[in-house]
Design a protein around this ligand. Structure first.
Ligand code: ADP
Ligand code: MG
Length: 682
């Protein structure tokens, strides 16, 4: 039996069912057996009738007091009834439209019933149970898998297909884990794990099978990351920047003193730049920790050593802001910075591209526009990507390929717990700025319901009257949002603009606006020509307006905590006392806990941890938002211990057999290569 065969060749799977399975991403037998249950029904635990609870689904072993009586209550509806007892009590069993039970159940015989219990006025009933004869284990006395499914495809149909598939492929699933690993960690064989994940005999089987399968995923992932990392390090000869260009020359001229953390990180970067291996470094630091200036100083070193620098930012607004900051510090050293964004005219763009190619521009700051093919450098030496979760590995590689093994610095404010970062960013070296500049004011955060709206609005007015500025952030309206959502935000914005704050300068900013218009609004806000900016999350990253001291977030319950923290980081950047108001709806425990976390905590890393802890209650907090990889069965947060083991083992394998040449690692190698092609290809 070939695992690559189409599911349609399975017994009981015709073209229709095959189509439904295809809709679930199942095309081959292999896909099917790797389609894991969402949860399980434990039908092994026999309960006494007297201890049954209303509403529970339970297994009861009882004798039929009489035979089944069936009768028709409507044209298309028949009822079959049976009274059973187990020595502790009696139970009325009812089936609808299942007349056949009459022929299956005989008086005075013992059966096992599994179904939903209803208790009313002292009587116990069970609604449409499935059942087995006493000695039979077809539907009961088992742990049943429950699969994610789709309309018209029943659990029974999937289970049946799975059973058939597993019978056919028995002992044929290749086990990529070498014997020595399985032995060391007492993992079961792959075939066994697959059998048990679908049809466990006992609850413990599920845990062990899951662990075995998750470990394989995590180990493969770690090995793939490590092979990437060693590829950068061994094959490539990077640029060796001049030891005679001193970062300290810039550092000593800055208008502020760098924090210890910034200095430490710069030391890491300086070492990387002077070494002949290409730098591949992730710089993590909470919002406002001062990552930009770090990249400015690194750029200085690159330019003064004779190379060009590319700074890639996720939005035009950010890119425009960066160029101001770069110029402020670097202009006096004769370093030339230019902007490359999509709103340039064709002619302007041409000029920039030409200058870039012949080396008249030292630092180019831009958006995705930098990735385009016609962007060529004379000698690109350093690539910095800001807010890297917006850029994939591939994009990073695309821009890096415009130079000859340039150094790469990836900056992110998306905090993930340190332990996790070290593991999942295994292909990058990591530096962390874990300290904010000393001039930072604590931001007061409050969480309120809509009944506080008027007071909040008055508070904004009072602050604006004193010369401050405010952000009001609404969810939705990013590049991919629906028209409906845009309308609702526009309506809210209109109310603010034309009614609530009609005596104030109010403007709207959202992702659907033309880049030029966005820039204009942002520029006006920076210059305090706009007092209240109603915006979507386009301002989430990096925007720096020290005079703005209030951030109101509408429908805060719709954002992930990490994102709320990013947004909040837009205020508290100047000398003024700053406030963040989270307006939320809903009363669920999770929502309340999330709001409380935001109110009580201002440490991005702690918030990230809490976000992950409260995860699982909605898609927002999924791994995607953190830019983390998704697995089939493993969960990097819940399986952190397993991940640590996998990482340690991957390091050991990497040391002993870096190219996975040993016979025992051959199958692992196949998996690693496959993963690299699919997921993290460079
Ligand atoms: P982020 O890490 O969020 O990108 P930025 O680089 O935008 O933060 O820095 C936020 C603000 O803090 C900027 O206005 C920057 O000039 C300022 N800043 C950076 N480092 C320091 C420092 N060591 N002391 C005082 N202000 C600093
Ligand atoms: Mg930044």
């Amino acid at each position: 039996m070939d695992l690559k065969q189409n599911v349609q060749y399975l017994k009981g799977i015709g073209p229709n069912r095959a189509k439904l399975l295809n809709g679930l991403g199942i095309f081959t037998i292999e896909d099917l057996i790797n389609y894991y249950p969402r949860t399980y029904e434990d039908r092994t635990n026999i309960k006494k009738i007297e201890e049954l609870q209303d509403g529970e689904t339970a297994l009861v072993k009882a004798v039929a007091v009489t035979g089944v009586t069936s009768y028709r209550i409507r044209k298309n509806m028949s009822i079959s009834k049976l009274l059973v007892e187990d020595g502790t009590g009696k139970m009325q069993v009812t089936w609808f439209n299942q007349d056949y039970v009459k022929t299956r159940i005989k008086p005075h015989e013992v059966y096992k019933f599994y179904g939903k219990v209803i208790k009313k006025s002292g009587k116990t009933e069970m609604d449409t149970p499935i059942f087995d004869e006493e000695g039979e284990n077809k539907n009961t006395s088992k742990i049943m898998p429950v699969y994610p499914t789709t309309k018209n495809l029943s659990q029974t149909a999937i289970r049946q297909a799975m059973e058939n598939a597993l019978q056919m492929i028995e002992m044929q699933v290749e086990d990529p884990l070498p014997e020595y690993i399985k032995k060391k960690y007492s993992f079961m064989e792959k075939t066994n794990a697959i059998q048990k994940i679908h049809f466990p005999n006992k609850i413990e089987d599920i845990k062990n099978a899951r662990k075995r399968l998750a470990f394989e995923e995590l180990l493969t992932f770690e090995l793939a990351l490590m092979s990437l990392k060693s590829q950068y390090k061994s094959e490539k000869r990077g640029i060796q920047y001049s030891k005679d260009v001193y970062m300290s020359d810039v550092i000593n001229e800055l208008p502020f003193k760098l924090t210890k953390a910034q200095l430490r990180v710069l030391e890491d970067i300086d070492k990387d730049m002077e070494s002949q291996k290409p730098m591949n470094r992730l710089l993590q630091g909470d919002v406002g920790s001062g990552k930009t200036v770090v990249s400015i100083i690194a750029s200085y070193k690159a330019v003064k050593s004779g190379y060009q620098v590319a700074i890639m930012a996720p939005t035009t607004i950010l890119a425009s802001q960066h160029i101001v900051n770069f110029n402020k510090i670097l202009e006096k050293y004769g370093i030339k910075c230019e902007l490359l964004i999509s709103s340039l005219t064709k002619k302007q763009k041409e000029t920039v591209l030409n200058k870039l190619k012949n080396g008249e521009i030292d630092i180019i700051i831009g958006t995705h526009a930098l990735l385009e093919e016609n962007v060529e450098f004379k000698n690109l030496g350093l690539v910095v990507t800001d807010e890297q979760h917006r850029f994939g590995v591939k994009q990073r590689a695309t821009i890096a390929a415009k130079g000859e093994n340039p150094d790469v610095l990836v900056m992110t404010a998306t905090p993930i717990p340190r332990t996790l970062a070290i593991i999942v960013y295994g292909d990058l070296d990591i530096s962390i700025i874990d300290e904010l500049p000393p001039n930072r004011k604590k931001i007061d955060t409050i969480a309120v319901k809509s009944n506080m709206t008027e007071r909040i609005n008055n508070f904004i007015k009072k602050n604006v009257d004193e010369g401050r500025q405010a952000y009001i952030v609404c969810p939705f309206v990013d590049e991919n949002e629906e028209m409906e959502d845009i309308k609702s935000v526009e309506k809210l914005a209109k109310t603010y603009k034309e009614e609530v704050f009609k005596d104030y300068n109010v403007e709207i900013l959202h992702g659907k606006m033309k880049p030029k218009d966005k820039e204009k609004v942002m520029q006006d806000f920076k210059e305090n020509k706009i007092s209240i900016l109603i915006s979507t999350t386009v301002i989430e990253v990096g925007v720096d307006v020290p005079n703005a001291n209030i951030m109101v977030i509408e429908n805060a319950e719709r954002f992930g905590l990490a994102q709320l923290h990013q947004l909040r980081g837009r205020v508290g950047r100047g000398e003024f006392k700053s406030y963040c108001v989270l307006k939320y709806e809903g009363n669920s425990n999770i929502i309340r806990q999330r709001m409380e976390t935001m109110v009580k905590t201002d440490d991005g890393f702690k918030i990230a941890e809490k976000d992950l802890e409260l995860r699982g209650s909605g898609e927002f907090f999924g791994t995607k938002q953190h830019g983390l990889p998704e697995f089939k069965i493993a969960n990097i947060f819940e399986d952190i211990e397993l991940l640590k083991i996998a990482q340690a083992l991957a390091i050991q394998i990497e040391n002993e057999d870096p190219e996975l040449k040993n016979e025992e690692n051959a199958k692992l190698k196949k998996l690693v290569n496959k993963l690299r092609e699919e997921k993290i290809e460079l």
